[in-house]
Design a protein around this ligand. Sequence first.
Ligand code: ZN
Length: 240
Amino acid sequence: MDVSQILLELQARDLRLVRAHKHLDEMPEKRAILAARHRIAEIETLLARTEKVGHVLDAALRKSEDESARISEKIDHEQAKLLSGEVTNPKELQNISKELASLVKQREHIDGEILAAMEKREAAQQQSDKIQAAIKVGRAKEAAMLADFQNKGAELLAEIERLKKERQALSGKLPVDLREKYTSLLDTKHGIAVGVLEGRSCTACRIELPGERLLALKSGPAIAVCPSCQRLLIVPQDHV
Ligand SMILES: [Zn+2]
């Protein structure tokens, strides 16, 4: 392989390296994973909200149940008084009966509220369960996509490693000054350090060269510098 060929082979590896890195960054699997994570986060927010509603309902339920128990105690107390035979005054007995009736009514009302709250609590629980199931499905999908991404990513990473080794070997075959020139052009010329003279122009910048420049290039060395873009320019020797 002559120096011109080495330069072209090296340039080809470096372009493929750039593409492989770009491909790794832009893999649709990567975007899909990010979208799935975003969706899971949204569902988790919904779950937190639903669970908060459940906790508020729980607290209200406990309060109503305490209240119902307190009224039940009062009812027991009043009934015990009524049945003890200790109260004989008809007026007082009547008051106790009235109080009892009022307490029973209060308890009925609260028990009705408890029942309604329990139904709401049950509905909130069902919703929580559904959301949790959705999160589980979402996480399983995310894990599968992650594995897929890592597999495909691993292929790309292996390709990158291989290309790096190949470019290392090629670069080692170049004369030091040319290698340094190539490396610095790679940095300053957006990853393209080498052009080839094709017809009247350089394949890197595509600028058509004037006749006398063209002639000078064609009668010069196989590796020149493009007068237009300053990249290394390979001049095919069969044109001489
Ligand atoms: Zn050029």
